[in-house]
Design a protein around this ligand. Structure first.
Ligand code: NAD
Length: 350
């Protein structure tokens, strides 16, 4: 097993997370150095025991470096990817891969031309909450899912850095949106036919501080994907309905439950309940015999960890778990969401 030596480009929040946690020798990958345009970040990296490179050229000329991880603001991914690929390095790039599909087409074509691996870090395909919902989708424990709602909401606004700025690829659609859309397209095995969306500008920034999008898949699944940064009370992370039940996962701690219909509901003999100032049969809870409540249980990933797969792709020509065609499709969908929101129209997609 010949280890793949990495240099981390961009030693900010995510770059340091890769360097100190994600890139591990047990997966055949190792960090041999760090490069950042900010001297303070380089000093910190050095204090933390990493070799630092003074310039990008020094990284690219170092023959012992086989791959780079790009974890810089979104607008710099393209230029850095091109430089690294031209210098003969494999590239792992943070999401969103590029600012738009046109940029990505160029980089994707270059990676093919150079015969180098270019893989995007869509790490949230390994999130426990997502794996559980994907398992429900595949195994039909509550029947076929026909409605999938995926949300992340917070109240801290957009973090106070480049994420506020349009020219750096800021905004929540290009940030959390990429993860949620990638998960949805990875899970639902059907073309997206229609897209509707609305962006939020509650904070008065140039870029969206959240969005809501509605996707209609060819197989009938309807999805709502929502990101909010001004939500002092948040809705559950996942809410899904199948033909035989429903499930909720409230948070990353996996709190929630699955309610499965296990008996018939006697529509003719429903007992009304008092609701507000009135009575209702329609909204009365189903009888206890008609449903079973199940605990949310963890589901193991059915694929290798990201960097173990990257190693296998580089050394053994294995199939990448995150395919560039999939990443491209997500970026195209993001463009459709921007268009749908701007025109306030439903967009025909695939
Ligand atoms: P950050 O601002 O914390 O760090 C960015 C770093 O890049 C800074 O240290 C900055 O000095 C450096 N930098 C800027 N331009 C550079 C250049 N041209 N060359 C070298 N260094 C440069 O940002 P962050 O939160 O770490 O985000 C970085 C990237 O990682 C973004 O693309 C973001 O979307 C992505 N990200 C991914 C996840 C995930 O879960 N996959 C989570 C957070 C961030």
């Amino acid at each position: 097993m010949k280890t793949i030596n990495f240099v981390v480009i961009g030693y900010g929040g995510m770059g340091s997370y890769h360097a100190k946690g994600l890139i591990q020798e047990k997966d055949g990958v190792k960090v041999v150095g760090v490069y950042d345009i900010d001297q303070k970040r380089l000093d910190l990296a050095e204090e933390e025991g990493f070799k630092v490179y003074a310039t990008l050229e020094d990284v690219l000329e170092d023959q012992s470096v086989e791959a780079v991880l790009i974890a810089t603001p979104n607008d710099s991914h393209k230029e850095l990817s091109i430089a690294a690929l031209k210098a003969g390095k494999h590239v792992v790039c943070e999401k969103p891969v590029m600012m738009n599909t046109k940029e990505f087409e160029e980089v994707f074509a270059l990676a093919k031309l150079e015969g180098k691996v270019f893989m995007v870090h869509q790490n949230r395909r390994w999130d426990n909450d997502f794996l559980i919902i994907r398992d429900l989708y595949k195994n039909k424990q509550i029947g076929e899912l026909f409605q999938i709602e995926s949300r992340v909401q917070g109240a801290n606004g957009i973090p106070g850095d480049w994420r506020h700025l349009k020219q750096h690829g800021g905004g929540m659609l290009l940030d959390w949106g990429v993860h949620l859309l990638d998960q949805m397209l990875y899970m639902v095995d059907s073309p997206v036919k229609k897209v509707a969306a609305d962006l939020s500008f509650v904070l008065g920034d140039d870029v969206d501080d959240g969005f809501i999008s509605y996707l209609t898949f060819e197989n009938g699944v309807k999805a709502i994907i929502e990101v909010g940064t001004t939500n002092f009370i948040k809705l559950p992370r996942w809410y899904v309905r199948g033909f035989e039940g429903a499930a909720v996962i409230r948070d990353w701690d996996l709190s929630g439950e699955i309610v499965k219909q296990t008996g018939t509901i006697d529509h003719h003999n429903l007992v009304p309940i008092k609701a507000g100032a009135g009575l209702t049969k329609t909204m009365a809870p189903p009888s206890e015999e008609a449903t079973t409540t199940l605990r949310i249980k963890e589901v193991a990933a059915d694929v290798a960890p990201f960097y173990a797969n990257f190693y296998d792709v580089v050394r053994n020509n294995a199939e990448p778990i995150v395919k560039n065609e999939e990443v491209y499709r997500v970026l195209k969908l993001i463009e459709a969401i921007f268009e749908a929101a701007e025109k306030q129209q439903v967009i025909e997609f695939e």
